[in-house]
Write a protein that binds this ligand. Structure first.
Ligand SMILES: NC(=O)c1ccc[n+]([C@@H]2O[C@H](COP(=O)([O-])OP(=O)(O)OC[C@H]3O[C@@H](n4cnc5c(N)ncnc54)[C@H](OP(=O)(O)O)[C@@H]3O)[C@@H](O)[C@H]2O)c1
Length: 238
């Protein structure tokens, strides 16, 4: 079997804050959901899923927003066979799962809270912390960051308290928007899947109210093909 093209990833060292990358899959018409969801196989192939795991295997922590985790209430970890490689790179066997919620409305029965390999970190508001169901508070580490936790405060907390030097953000689009709006995204991993969605209600990779600040440069670092799927990696210099 060929070695995966992301088996070795030279991620830049952090500069007093976590290095941040996004990873998303989209259809040819730029949609990251189909009928309002992303289900296994609805956009990316099983190889795209393997690629997601391989990318995760290089990061200290993987972060997702409330809507994404309500749809996919699973620990944002790696399969067992990638744990040895992580240890060799000096990382914990599993990345830390970081969840963002303002409301605190997460399902305590979600598998992410059943038997997580590490206690997930939930970053929330004062109100969200009050609303979080007790069984979740018993297994997770709850971090309260005022009323509007932003990327700067989130990154500072993860850097200082949870020793996260490489953070992978896995959406959804509204979380991606906040990290880009505040210029906290250093790289983007992007899968272009041979699908067409078309529905105007479906989401695109980064969605928010205003045009993003324009980056100085966005450079293509690598381009790989597997079957009919393309795997692109970009560097953003803000
Ligand atoms: N194609 C892909 O690669 C991909 C990847 C990821 C997700 N998706 C899809 O994207 C969709 C979800 O995207 P979305 O944009 O609607 O939602 P999202 O970004 O997953 O989550 C938004 C939610 O995150 C919480 N949140 C947002 N900003 C926050 C902040 N600053 N501090 C604390 N919490 C914050 C809030 O949760 P509360 O509502 O709990 O307050 C908010 O409603 C899903 O269908 C998912 O499957 C696709």
């Amino acid at each position: 079997m060929h070695k995966h093209f992301y088996a070795q990833l030279d991620l830049p060292p952090p500069q007093n804050k976590p290095f941040v990358a996004l990873n998303m899959v989209a259809s040819l018409d730029g949609k990251v959901t189909s009928s309002g969801r992303l289900d296994p196989g609805s956009l990316g192939s099983s190889f795209d899923r393997q690629t997601m795991n391989m990318i995760r295997s290089h990061f200290d922590a993987v972060l997702a927003g409330g809507n994404t985790i309500r749809q996919h209430p699973y620990y944002l970890g790696v399969p067992k066979e990638l744990e040895a490689g992580r240890r060799e790179r000096g990382l914990a066997a599993q990345p830390l799962t970081v969840l963002l919620t303002k409301s605190g409305q997460l399902d305590p029965l979600g598998p992410v809270f059943a038997t997580p390999p590490r206690p997930p970190v939930i970053i929330t508001t004062t109100k969200g912390a009050k609303n979080l169901p007790t069984p979740i508070k018993e297994v997770a580490i709850v971090e309260t960051l005022g009323e509007q936790p932003g990327p700067q405060a989130i990154c500072q907390l993860l850097w200082e308290k949870h020793r996260v030097s490489h953070l992978l953000v896995e959406g959804g689009p509204s979380i991606n928007y906040q990290f880009c709006q505040d210029r906290y995204v250093d790289q983007i991993f992007f899968t272009l899947a041979p699908r067409l969605v078309g529905a105007s209600d479906d989401l695109t990779m980064i969605m928010g109210p205003k045009v993003l600040p324009s980056a100085n440069q966005i450079n293509l670092l690598s381009l790989n093909k597997h079957g009919d799927e393309l795997f692109l990696r970009y560097q953003i210099n803000w």
